[in-house]
Design a binder for this molecule. Structure first.
Ligand code: TXA
Ligand code: MG
Length: 335
């Protein structure tokens, strides 16, 4: 059975450290989603992370650090702009892909010269980082291709049956959406590898004119292998409707047994909610932040409800809409 640890009791911090010493990963809360953590210097525990998730080894892991100073120990000559981004957005939902040095084991980068680093904000994650005084690798705490977890209970349901030793209780993840991943090519060029909880607009505003930020082209997407076409996927059939033409794809479904999932109330007025068994609106108030925060909770709740299909409607790509649409598209296997 998976232990639920409460770090308000200092001896439970020791318990986390003890698990790591026994080569067991521990699920920890972050402000984005829960992560399945193992020390960077413990290859046996890292191997178990892959096993528990049933994740292929070619899919590398994010290295979580306390701050830029700690990140620097693992990097090879990072461009100055990377430090500026870290100083502005860390701790928080921004992951930077940078050239690594030999302190980073090949096991967590798939032997690539690039490593993904981020400083998480959740105080419990930081407590453990302080105690270890070294980084933790942590993918999202869900089985490969499944929906990410945003509460300790989600993690227990998702990974408990596969032998997860312990999870730290950290409440509901504040943002509920993974970090934004940006590859820093040089001081003037960046590439967005995964939209996430930090909007592209916020990054652009900070970078100002003159610094380019490209969107990863399809052909280059295998650089971030987790961006597979099918990912973040509920256990029930999920469809993503971008335009009226896509309605043909769902014509064969029994709408009365399906759930219509809108991001905002105003999306796709050409679909009549009355035809569907249920309608769910992620943010009736039109807040992209609220919609992003509720997305995985909603998908998990629908998975365990009696609905037969999820029919998700594309919304605007503005702000966190880009990440929401990305996840819904992949949930439908159309990445
Ligand atoms: O918010 C987040 O980023 C969460 C929390 C736990 O920090 N973590 C997370 O990890 O979403 P994961 O493993 O589920 O997704 C990380 C993505 C994957 O698509 C992976 O392929 C990519 O980052 N990635 C990690 N290291 C990489 C590397 N060295 N090169 C290219 N892509 C990398
Ligand atoms: Mg993931």
């Amino acid at each position: 059975m998976t232990l639920l640890l409460d770090l308000e009791h200092p001896e439970q911090i020791d318990r986390v450290i003890k698990c790591f010493k026994m080569d067991e990963p521990v699920a920890l809360p972050t402000e984005t989603v829960y992560g399945l953590a193992a020390p960077l210097n413990n290859e046996k525990a890292i191997a178990k992370v892959y096993k528990l998730k049933a994740r292929p080894y070619f899919n590398p892991l994010i290295v979580h650090v306390l701050d830029w100073e700690q990140a620097m120990r693992y990097l090879d000559n990072p461009p100055l702009i990377a430090q500026k981004l870290a100083e502005k957005f860390w701790p928080g939902p921004l992951t930077l892909l940078l050239k690594k040095n030999s302190r980073v084991p090949d096991l967590c980068t798939n032997a690539s010269p690039w490593v993904a680093v981020r400083a998480p904000k959740h105080p419990h994650f930081r407590t453990i980082l302080h105690r270890l005084n070294s980084p933790l690798v942590a993918p999202s705490a869900n089985r490969y291709t499944q929906v990410s977890t945003v509460t300790a209970q989600d993690v227990i349901e998702e990974l408990g049956p596969f032998g997860l030793e312990a999870v730290v209780e950290g409440g509901r993840s504040e943002l509920g959406m993974e970090s934004t991943i940006v590859q820093v090519l040089n001081d003037n060029e960046l590439q967005l590898l995964r939209p996430g909880a930090l909007s592209l607009e916020s990054i652009k505003r900070f970078l100002g004119e003159g610094i380019k930020i490209y969107s990863a082209k399809k052909s280059e997407e295998n650089l971030s292998p987790g961006q597979a076409a099918k990912h973040y996927s509920p256990k029930i059939p999920t469809f993503f409707i971008e335009t009226q033409n896509d309605l043909m794809d769902i014509a064969h479904l029994d709408f009365s047994k399906s759930t219509l999932l809108r991001v905002f109330k105003k999306d796709a007025p050409w679909i009549d909610a009355k035809n569907f068994g249920k309608e769910f609106i992620l943010s009736p108030e039109n807040s992209d932040l609220m919609a992003a925060t509720r997305l995985y909770r909603c998908l998990r709740d629908l998975e365990s409800s009696n609905t037969s299909n999820i029919i998700a409607i594309k919304s605007s790509d503005d702000g966190l809409g880009l990440a929401i649409n990305d996840r819904l598209r992949r949930a439908a296997g159309r990445g």
